[in-house]
Design a protein around this ligand. Structure first.
Ligand SMILES: *[C@@H]1O[C@H](CO)[C@@H](O)[C@H](O)[C@H]1NC(C)=O
Ligand SMILES: *[C@@H]1O[C@H](CO)[C@@H](O)[C@H](O)[C@H]1NC(C)=O
Length: 274
C-alpha cells in the first residue's frame, strides 16, 4: 500500500516535471496535436479543443467532441460541425437544437453570428420560423404550417422576418438558397440539418504552410490576437513565419515571451486546466 502510494507519488511527480520541463517539451510540440472526432479529422489552427490546448486557437473557436459529434458554441447557440476545410477556411455547421426537427425543446434562439469572426458563404437565404401563432395561421397554406408541443403552432416564411404576424416568437435560420425548400416542412427540416457554410476571419499573422513546412506549428497569441509560428525553442517573429531548420529559432528568449506575449505557455495552461 505504502509502496503503491510512493510509486504513484513519484510517477505523478515525474509527469509534472515532464509536463513543464522545456527540455522534454518543445514549443512546437505544444500545438502539434490535431483535433480528431468522428468524421472531422486533422483540424488544427485556428481551432482548439480536446487534445489541442486553449492557446493553440482563437478562444471562440473551441470544438468539443461527444460520441463522435463535433460541436461549437457561437454566441451562446450550439451548432454541430459537419465539415471543416482549412484550405478554404470554411466550416459547415447546423443548429444542434434543430437537428431532430423544427421544434426545439429548449427556448427559442436566433442564429446570430459574430461578424468579426464569421462571414456566411454565398448561396444561403434566411428562413423565418414563427411560433405560437393563432389567427394568422388561417391564411397560411397548410404545407407551410407546423405544430410544436412546447412552442405552439407555427409557420415558415422565406426571408428574415421582422414582424411577428400575430405570433409569439420568431427564429431566423440560414438555409441553402433554393425555392425547393418551400415545398413543405420536411424539406425545410432537411435543409436546416444540412446546415450552412461560414468563412472564418482570423488573422493568422502569416502563420500557414511556411510555418508547418519549416517544422513548426501555428498557435494563437491572445494579446496580439493573431496566429504565431511555434518552433522548437520559441516562436518566430520574422515577417515570414518560419522556424530555422537547425531547430533553434528563439528570436525571443523564453523569459521574454512569457512576459510579452499572450500565448499561454504549457506551464500556465496546465495550472489553468486544474
Ligand atoms: C430573431 O430575430 C428576429 C429579427 O431578425 C426578431 O424579430 C426575433 O424576435 C428574434 N427571435 C428571438 C427568439 O430572439
Ligand atoms: C439573414 O439575416 C441576417 C440577420 O439575421 C442578415 O444579416 C443577413 O444578411 C440575411 N441574409 C440574407 C441572405 O438575406
Amino acid at each position: 500500500m505504502k509502496n503503491n502510494f510512493l510509486t504513484f507519488f513519484s510517477s505523478s511527480l515525474f509527469l509534472i516535471i515532464l509536463n513543464i520541463s522545456p527540455s522534454f517539451c518543445t514549443y512546437k510540440d505544444y500545438c502539434s496535436a490535431v483535433f480528431n472526432c468522428g468524421e472531422i479529422v486533422d483540424v488544427g489552427f485556428p481551432f482548439w479543443g480536446k487534445d489541442r490546448p486553449p492557446s493553440c486557437g482563437v478562444p471562440d473557436l473551441k470544438l468539443t467532441c461527444d460520441n463522435n459529434v463535433v460541436r461549437i458554441d457561437i454566441m451562446q447557440v450550439k451548432y454541430r460541425v459537419l465539415q471543416v476545410d482549412e484550405r478554404t477556411k470554411t466550416l459547415r455547421i447546423a443548429r444542434d437544437d434543430y437537428f431532430e426537427g423544427i421544434c426545439p425543446e429548449d427556448h427559442l434562439k436566433n442564429t446570430t453570428l459574430d461578424p468579426n469572426l464569421f462571414e456566411i458563404s454565398n448561396g444561403y437565404v434566411n428562413l423565418t420560423l414563427l411560433y405560437g401563432c393563432h389567427s394568422s395561421l388561417l391564411v397560411v397554406p397548410s404545407h407551410l404550417r407546423f405544430g410544436c408541443p412546447i412552442h405552439g403552432d407555427g409557420f415558415v416564411k422565406l426571408g428574415e422576418e421582422m414582424g411577428l404576424w400575430g405570433c409569439k416568437a420568431s427564429v431566423v435560420v440560414p438555409v441553402r438558397g433554393d425555392e425547393g425548400i418551400l415545398v413543405g416542412v420536411l424539406k425545410m427540416e432537411e435543409a436546416i440539418r444540412e446546415g450552412f457554410e461560414l468563412k472564418w476571419k482570423v488573422d493568422d499573422g502569416g502563420c500557414g504552410s511556411d510555418c508547418t513546412d519549416s517544422g513548426g506549428f501555428c498557435g494563437y497569441d491572445l494579446k496580439l490576437r493573431r496566429g504565431v509560428c511555434l518552433c522548437e525553442s520559441g516562436f518566430s517573429s520574422s515577417p515570414v513565419e518560419v522556424c530555422r531548420r537547425d531547430g533553434g529559432v528563439a528570436t525571443h528568449d523564453s523569459s521574454a515571451f512569457a512576459a510579452n506575449s499572450g500565448l499561454v505557455l504549457p506551464l500556465l495552461s496546465s495550472t489553468a486546466r486544474l
